[in-house]
Design a protein around this ligand. Structure first.
Ligand code: PRX
Length: 631
């Protein structure tokens, strides 16, 4: 199928996709190699929710990522690895080399007893072996569950147990900027709570001494000696599970979002090529970690299905200094660059001295993902990185959507600062009012929902379909509800406003307020807590926690440190509260419900207009909270 090449072409594709969705998606799916063609395009129902795509079809995504490219592009670089340390040698894996390594590691998995359908947890550094292990799972039909290597032992254990993983793949340790993290030791701690795990495969990355449990642990490099590289791709039913990825929602426990083989591959392939207007010689760099959905869809699967070069970066934007991104673009002649607003804002704050030394002429397209990008950051990105000649694609999507849903197509459809733009062909967003009625027309604002399925939409939350229904299909019956608020401008371009539920987005990472509260409440001196988001210059949103202790702490700073440690051990450092205010009570209704609106306003510093507080159980508490507000 040809990529969309003009605005007229987009309008035409969009029209076709609405008039005859099944014919449209059949054509899109035909761009991939299928082992057997599907018998029916889709069957779905949003009330109660069920959804299937390319029913009866057989496919293996790794054949589309690897085998199909060998003949024509076997020597083309598939993965280009830039290590944390800028002086380390660059690693390049061609499509042929990656194919061989994936097949060999797939045989390692089989040798260790991994079978089709088994769940495998990956807790790895951002090194090519993470990509290899992920693809190896997909090769043999094992379900990968990648957990970002920043989550704590407790968080890993919860995820392993929730999806009943019997296998873990990890490394001795990782480097991220100046920090090192002892991955194997964290896994060892997690596995004390995971009796179901009977094999751990350990990749030696930094050469640390680690404890090896002989009955359970094997070394990656030893295992590779025992296998050959012949591993045919398992024919997967289109609706077999490809992966589980945990994400936070408004309830306390993260949920395992399930994506299936055929629909996910189809939509990721289509959206990737069109949004970024991919050309065969692109050197494409997505800075996300494979531990997040962006890394799954647009660092690994999308670029490899396209047969282009995908850059994989182990480090962070600010180490050894704030010029690292720009130096890597210069060094590898990156043509498409996809990053998060947080990174842009933090680098913008460091000044142009870190940008100017580098040659950024190779850049052709810039992308943004994960949170709203403010106009100032958008312009800085456009002017100083794109030199006013690279279109910016502001891509709105979610772990649950599998792929980009609303975004301009680079250089093809209109791009406007802080606006994601038009929906991709096949995607039917609507704005709803409080009562779930569709808001028609432009220049309108409402709750963002989707009224028709698309191939890569969430199939279920692992092990609990009712939770999936409740979370996404019960707020507005008959629609997939995104949890986001949005505005449609006078030309129909969508602008995302932010979450309208109890989810906060910190540096593009999602946390449920309840999830952080649960973590804080593990501290034995804490009676209750309430967490809200507030605007943060760099992170987009910061975490503001109101905490009630059994007695007012005489050393608040020490207590704060203890709370950080508690959150660190329950979730990980990424969920560290930015501000902790000790309070003697929380604003509650007479029935005991916390009024978060008041807490949010205080955290935002908008204390003059708190609305009616007379119905509160204890109106005086609001005064106390305002007096103690942290700036
Ligand atoms: O609130 C939206 C925000 O991130 C949420 C999805 O988070 P997650 O599943 O972790 O996926 C992040 C990467 C796709 C959304 O509900 N979000 C994501 N992209 C944008 C965005 N908000 C505004 N503009 C975006 N481009």
């Amino acid at each position: 199928m040809q990529n969309i090449q003009s605005l007229e072409h987009y309008v035409e594709a969009y029209r076709k996709s609405i008039e005859n969705p099944e014919a449209f998606w059949e054509e899109v799916a035909s761009d991939l190699v299928w082992k057997e063609k599907w018998k029916r395009v889709t069957e779905w129902n949003f009330d109660p929710y069920s959804c299937a795509w390319f029913i009866g079809g057989k496919i293996n995504i790794t054949e589309n990522c690897l085998d199909r490219h060998i003949a024509a592009r076997g020597d083309h670089t598939a993965l280009l690895f830039e290590s944390n340390n800028p002086d380390d040698e660059v690693r390049r894996l061609t499509y042929r080399e990656l194919y061989v390594q994936v097949c060999r590691f797939a045989n390692v998995l089989k040798r260790n007893g991994v079978r089709k359908g088994d769940r495998v947890c990956l807790y790895m550094p951002m090194v090519p072996e993470l990509a290899i292990a992920t693809l190896a799972c997909a090769r043999i039909g094992a379900v990968h569950s990648v957990v970002f290597a920043g989550f704590s032992a407790t968080a890993i254990a919860d995820r392993i147990n929730d999806s009943d993983c019997s296998f873990v793949i990890t490394a001795d340790a990782l480097s991220r900027g100046a920090k090192q993290i002892p991955l194997k030791a964290v896994v060892d701690e997690a596995l004390m709570q995971c009796p179901g795990v009977h094999r751990v495969i350990v990749y030696k990355h930094l050469g640390w001494d680690v404890v090896i449990n002989n009955r359970r642990d094997v070394w990656w490099h030893d295992e590779l000696q025992m296998v050959d590289s012949d591993c045919p791709a398992e024919p997967m039913d289109s609706e077999d599970i490809l992966f589980i990825l945990y994400t936070s929602g408004s309830t306390g426990k993260p949920k395992g979002v399930v994506h299936t083989c055929g629909g996910y591959a189809t939509y990721v392939n289509y959206s990737f090529k069109n949004v970024f207007q991919i050309a065969p010689d692109d050197v494409y760099w997505c800075t996300a970690d494979i531990g997040w959905v962006t890394g799954h869809s647009y660092l690994l699967y999308g670029p490899l299905m396209s047969g282009i070069t995908s850059v994989m970066f182990e480090g962070i934007p600010t180490w050894p200094d704030a010029g690292r991104f720009w130096s890597v673009i210069d060094k590898h002649h990156v043509s498409v660059f996809y990053t998060a607003p947080t990174a842009i804002r933090s680098l913008m704050a460091m000044g142009l001295d870190y940008v100017l030394p580098y040659n950024l002429h190779s850049l052709r397209v810039l992308g943004s993902v994960g949170e709203p990008i403010n106009e100032e950051a958008w312009h800085w990105y456009s002017i100083h990185i794109g030199k006013n000649r690279c279109p910016i694609v502001d891509t709105w999507w979610q772990t649950e959507t599998g792929g980009i849903m609303i975004s301009s197509l680079a250089g093809i459809t209109p791009s406007k600062p802080a606006h994601a733009g038009f929906p991709l062909p096949g995607i039917q967003p609507v704005l709803l009012d409080q009562d779930g009625k569709i808001i028609e027309g432009n220049d309108k604002e409402g709750y963002l929902a989707i009224r028709y399925p698309w191939p890569s939409m969430i199939r279920t939350t692992f092990g609990d379909h009712e939770r999936c229904r409740q979370t996404y299909f019960s707020t507005y019956r008959g629609y997939y509800f995104t949890g986001d608020g949005a505005r449609r401008d006078e030309n129909g371009l969508y602008r995302l406003i932010g979450r309208v539920d109890d989810v906060i987005n910190v540096s593009g990472h999602r946390f449920g307020t309840a999830e952080i509260e649960n973590a804080i409440n593990q501290h034995k001196q804490i009676i209750e807590s309430a967490v809200v988001g507030y605007p943060h210059d760099i992170k987009g949103q910061g975490i503001y926690a109101y905490v009630i202790c059994d007695t007012q702490p005489d050393n608040p700073d020490r207590m704060r440190e203890e709370i950080f440690e508690t959150v660190n051990s329950e979730i990980g450092r990424i969920a560290k509260p930015d501000k902790i205010q000790f309070v003697s009570g929380l604003p509650k209704t007479r029935s005991g419900k916390i009024i978060r609106r008041i807490l949010r306003k205080v955290a935002e510093g908008e204390v003059s207009n708190l609305g009616d507080t007379t119905t509160l159980l204890d109106p005086l508490i609001v005064e106390e909270i305002i007096r103690g507000r942290l700036v």
